[in-house]
Design a protein around this ligand. Sequence first.
Ligand code: C5P
Length: 234
Amino acid sequence: MNPAPIAVALDAPNLETAARWATLVTPHVSTVKVGLELYLRYGPDVVASVRGASGVQVFLDLKLHDIPATVAGAAHAVAHLKPAYLTVHAGGGPAMIRAAVEAAPQTKIAAVTVLTSLSDDDLTGLGLAGPASDAVRRLSALAVEAGAHALVCSPMEAAAVRAEVGPDVTLITPGVRPRGSAAQDQARVATPEEALAAGADLLVIGRPITAAPDPGAAAAGIAAALRRTSAARS
Ligand code: C5P
C-alpha cells in the first residue's frame, strides 16, 4: 500500500520523542517534517534519527530567508542530508530562491508564500497592500518562475495557487484538521479530504497525529480516510 501524502510535523520537545513518533507513523505516511526548533537544538543528526531505517522522506522546514549567497551556503550545508524538501521564504526574492535551487539540486525547494499567522492588517502594516490571497498568488508565480519546485500555502488558497502555477508544482498545505479534531492555534483549517480536493499534493499534519494517544493509529486512520476519498473519486 502506498503511504499517504502526509508530512507529519515532528514538533517534539526532544530527539527521542521525535524519533519515536517517526517510527510509529512511517508505515502510513510518505514524509516527516523537521522544523527549526528540533534542528537548532540537535543539528543535522536529527535527520538520520527521524529517517531511521525506513527511508521515509524528510521535509526540512528551515524557512531560509537571507541574501542569495548566504542562502546558497545554507542550502549547500544541508544538501548532503538529502532532504526531499527544504523551505525558503518566497519574500527573499527570485535570486535568493534560485540560489537555493542551485545549491541543493537533489532537493525540492519549497517556497513559503505568506505565513498563515499574518492577517490582512498585518500585511498592510508590512507594506504588502491588498488581501493576503493576492500576495500569495504574486509570490507563488515569482517563486515558480525562479525555479521553486513546491509552494507552501493554506488549504484555502490552494485552488487559486494551483490555477496560477499549473499542475507541475507540488502544493504543500499546513492548517489541516481531520473532522472533529481541535483547531488549536490554526485559524483557517480544512479537512484532509478538502485540502486534497483543493489541489494540495502533500498535507502537513502535526498535533492531530502526534498528540493522539496512539500516533501510529491516528496516522493510519487519516491515511485510510484519504484512500477512501480518492477511491470514491476515481
Ligand atoms: O500541529 P499542526 O498540525 O498545527 O502543525 C502544523 C505544522 O505546520 C507546524 O510544524 C507549523 O510550524 C507548520 N506550519 C504552519 N503554517 C504555515 C507553515 C508551517 O502551521 N504557514
